[in-house]
Ligand binder design. Sequence first.
Ligand SMILES: C[S@@+](CC[C@H](N)C(=O)[O-])C[C@H]1O[C@@H](n2cnc3c(N)ncnc32)[C@H](O)[C@@H]1O
Length: 618
Amino acid sequence: MNNIRKIDRVAHTSGDVLSVQLAKLREAFPEVFVEGRVDFDRLRTALGESASSGPGRFSFTWAGKSESIALLQTPSRSTLAPSESDKAGKTAATGNFFIEGDNLEVLKLLFKPYFGKVKMIYIDPPYNTGQDFIYPDNYADPLDTYLQLTGQADRSGNLLTSNPETSGRYHSAWLSMLYPRLFLARQLLREDGLMCVSIDDHEVHHLRMVMNEIFGEENYYATIAWQKKDTPAADAKGISTTHEYILLYQRSEEFARNLLPRTDEQLANYKNPDNDPRGPWTRTTLIRKEVRESRLFPVTNPKGRDRTPPPGTSWRVPPETFARYGAENRLWWGLDGDGDLPFLKRFLSEVQDGVVPISWWDYEFAGSNRNAKMEIRGIFDGDAPFETPKPVRMVRRLLDIATRPDDGDIVLDFFAGSCTTAQAVAELNHEDGGNRQFIMVQLPEPIDGAGKYPTIAAIGHERIKRVLADLRKRPRANAKGALDLGVRTFQLTAPNIREWDPNTSPEPDAYAQTLMQFEDPLITGWQAERVLWEVALREGYSLRTAFEKKVLSNGNSVYLVSDSETEQRMIVCLDEKILDDFSRAQELEASDILVCRDVALTDTAAANLSLQCRLKTI
Ligand SMILES: C[S@@+](CC[C@H](N)C(=O)[O-])C[C@H]1O[C@@H](n2cnc3c(N)ncnc32)[C@H](O)[C@@H]1O
């Protein structure tokens, strides 16, 4: 057995959030760490006046909060496997992904490869209306729960439950579900990233508090009121609610919003009645409703008549500015040049590139629920297989505010439903020649009495495929750059590399047997592609990773792992034995990671290879 050697093993679980947080704390306060642990007394001293304690301080808590924090700190032992339905090669080059799985597990898996990489996250989680289902996070074994839930494990049983208002922990259950997901989502955002969360009256107040806690109050950005209905509900008991909210939080002050493109209606205000060579313009007043003695001078119009401000007002600008405006042909006195008052011509070519976004989004600006239903019917040949989609235009407005066309911005939606967000990203790219990428995560939530689509994930995936196929046929308005109209699908699943169980019985026979079993932790029937993905994700490679198989001159086969997101070179060999002359057949550099099976190495080969590169074993 080769277990005595001091060679790193490929991690058997996803990245560890807690250790990343601790590293940040250690960087800021190295003095509070004693033998690797935080000494609270020292931390309190280090924080001085800023430390707050005692019963009088403000706090927000609920039943189950500490368990939900523990849950987010537990690394995931699950993995992602490329879906069988993807045709190999066809989709490999894309930066768009659809992941079927529970989003908490998936966020943990994305934690390492996507830490600080996502530009915008939009989510539309269950609103906790009493009818919607809340995922039953299982603290003891999240993967097992998921596998049972999705029929991938032996014990079946419908674990999908709604969260009725009568339950004593109605709000707590919802908050406990959301807290770890929001916490991880924040870690994935770029410093200049934006998080957008749809919500309605049921939980908006709690969501704001929980987001304040996770993002910091200073990063609260805005609350958009979105008009979801264009007509009141005639049967409403009290006041018919026609709007809901989108809470926006920036990751940090580095976030800078874009201006919104001008609408056709706004552009229609710019005209050119005098054929000014500077192009269309709109007029603005030169009158101020306040009397300032120095601004009451007469101004002469083109017909030679002197004009003064009406009573109770004065000019906005002093005489020299008026003179300059006149010399530059910026004053408008009407078509006949004999108006009573002059206006300033504001040229479209000179005003800033768009309009400042506002917090009230009516249905004409951002679409309504009715529009969203029509959109989904349009895609599914008249059917509406999903009940609660958002309108594409609404997500589009968020993308307008937070993303750029040419930065390869990653947009994540981990309550993807019918994947409206993917459609908004793809359509916007098609329109402006952009290279934004999307990652959608959706649970295979079964649909009651399912017809064509057994799960919501199936609907979301199908929608993406149909939208992309349609865009491929449509002529492009902006043909700059290559357009990525591909999508690759992954599924959350159990690993092919078995996890070492630290709880193995200390009883000698059982222990020895487990050791034998773990000499090679690959499960019976393991598949190379799945093991490769598992290793890649654990090592922080993104979903864009490609694997190229190469047969070496010494007889071994290796996979060269490449990812446009990282410079790190990784080589994986899954052969049962590392043959002689491996290092001559495969050129290795000190910074390369070479991954191979522990059982495949003799002590000599291990010693040799670990001198030439960073050797890791499975
Ligand atoms: C309100 S819908 C989102 C609708 C989406 N915005 C659209 O336009 O189609 C919320 C979705 O989150 C999904 N969901 C709930 N819990 C989840 C979990 N733990 N992991 C992944 N998806 C989940 C539900 O299945 C549901 O489809």
